[in-house]
Design a protein around this ligand. Structure first.
Ligand code: 4G3
Length: 246
């Protein structure tokens, strides 16, 4: 399941260039019984199985013993992916990108024994308000968002700091050739070569889109007094052109 995403595109390049290492561990390898049992019935009854604590504690202990945390690199985050976790965000991705090592635990089935959450995990993250059949896809989402922030992973021209959500605004609309496609023309200003005008247009579009699709983001965004004025003008309505067209 982890193989395909990590063997293509930016991941492959990052791994090949030794910018990051990703190790996959199977908790079944940390069991001691003949059937490699990782789950069991829930105390108190109910449908579904619960992941047993022992294989997870033993897997993490083994992984930890193979990590050589450099002095001053602080703690080792042990992150449990669950729907009950702190909502994942670009801010958390940036925080996680500062650590030399991360351990991610993927739960499965109906859940994970509570002692894993209480006594092993240092953080609980949720990638969104929905339930997945396992934590693996959630872990891959977190790893993708973190790895692309590591120095050297993105090409020099594509700065991760330019991204949507780093500024707190949604991204402005982008266009490439052809100049007219099926009668839909690229906005004139982008062809003008006037970089100040282009920057102004993009800023306005980013604000418009955010106001239309994610207004709650504007409260936390880094906005200049000019931006604020622009928004107040848009909110008044009238000739604001408040629709981004979708
Ligand atoms: C633990 C994460 C793990 C408890 C995991 C289910 C969604 C997310 C799982 C549990 C997951 C998420 C596995 N589903 N939103 N499923 O990040 O109830």
């Amino acid at each position: 399941m982890f193989q395909a995403p990590f063997s293509i595109s930016i991941f492959k390049r990052a791994i090949d260039h030794n910018l990051v290492k990703v190790h996959i561990h199977n908790i079944r390898d940390y069991t001691h019984d003949k059937h490699h049992t990782v789950d069991d019935y829930a105390y108190g009854g109910g449908a579904g199985m619960v992941l047993k604590p022992e294989p997870i504690f033993e897997a993490v202990a083994s992984i930890k013993s193979n990590i050589d945390l450099k002095e001053g690199s602080g703690t080792l985050p042990i992150i449990l992916l669950t729907p009950q976790g702190r909502p994942f965000s670009q801010k958390i991705a940036l925080e996680l990108s500062k650590y030399s090592h991360l351990v991610l635990i993927c739960g499965h089935y109906e859940g994970v024994d509570e002692r894993v959450r209480q006594h092993l995990a240092t953080n609980e993250i949720s990638i969104g308000d929905y339930v997945l059949s396992g934590g693996e896809l959630a872990a891959m989402v977190v790893v993708d968002a973190v790895v692309r922030l590591l120095p050297g992973v993105l090409g020099s021209e594509a700065s991760a700091l330019d991204d949507s959500h780093t500024s707190g605004l949604l991204e402005y609309p982008q266009y490439t050739r052809p100049e007219v496609y099926r009668g839909w023309a690229v906005p004139e200003v982008l062809l003008s070569g006037n970089h100040a005008q282009i920057a102004k247009w993009r800023r306005k579009q980013a604000i418009l889109r955010t106001l239309e699709c994610r207004p709650e983001l504007l409260d936390k965004a880094n906005l200049s007094p000019e931006d604020r004025k622009l928004i107040d003008g848009m909110k008044e309505g009238e000739d604001s052109g408040i629709s981004t067209g979708h």
